[in-house]
Write a protein that binds this ligand. Sequence first.
Ligand code: 13P
Ligand code: SF4
Length: 344
Amino acid sequence: MFLINMVDKNIFLVAFSFLSLQIQILNCFMETKELKEAILKLKKEKNAVILGHYYQRDEIQELSDFVGDSLALAQEAQRTECDIIVFCGVHFMAETAKVLNPQRKVLLPDMEANCSLARCCPADAFAEFKAQYPDHMVISYVNCSAEIKALSDLICTSGNAEKLVNSLPKDQKIIFAPDKNLGGYINRQTGRNMVLWNGTCTVHDALTAEGILKLKLANPDAPVIAHPECNAAVLQVSEFIGSTKAMLNYIKKSDSKRFIVATESGILYEMRQANPDKEFLAVSAQEGCSCLECADMKMNTLEKLYNCLLNENPEIILSDDLIEKAKQPIIRMLDMSKQLGIIK
Ligand code: 13P
Ligand code: SF4
């Protein structure tokens, strides 16, 4: 009798926990749905646009008015006529939007969302480095602070770097900052000898050729597509190298059905949305982990997005002088990209 009671009690407890778990999931789903609706309502009331990078959480990409790579997002920020830009990405991206739109309010859901490349290149140290090469032009990858942009002659993104560098006179001496992996890749592609700042994206740089080769051996039909922020050894074993947007274009045109994706796993959302018939294998920098995540990119959440729209804060604030200085190399990049037919 005692035993039967115990069994009954346990069954009851299991059933109860299962039911309460289901209620929690349902509540969470309802909350998410309500939160999404509230964000869209606020966005409309405040005449705001939400720009999202491909590495953002799925639910943020879903809510964004425009999702793109750094180049397309900078262009979209330049085009917008909304009063408020909510930038769902990292700090340097929101700063770029502010530099291009000083008259508009630019919000970033989490002000702590930065980038390892921007962190590894402080302006005072870079100014000293630059002073050692007075006859060099400075090209900076857009993943840097507004202060570094202000010290640069031309900005580039992973989507235009090779063509921009190729368009310059062959004897032009160049400093490239802050990503030595992207800079090294461009040197190899263009036959240049740009002087490189010693910085990396800690997320991409952690990938190893050994890890990629293991996946490749197990999936010989799947080409490896990699972001140029990966180190040279990883790029060497990759079939395609390009920006997030370029990877998406490659997949669309490719006859392959499966791909090994050597970049941040947020991009898998758009890859799956755009190619439901294809399969994507995520890479990882660690044994036992199945994806590569940029902690900074993942700092923005639906809750923070809602609060930031509601309170119009955190806001990107830059001095007029910094905006003026940082704007010139960004505008130069956009103008050259149009002339070279990279963007419309
Ligand atoms: P894309 O410009 O290719 O989207 O890259 C941005 C970035 O931060 C890559 O790590
Ligand atoms: Fe910066 Fe790397 Fe994150 Fe891109 S993935 S935002 S380069 S830290």
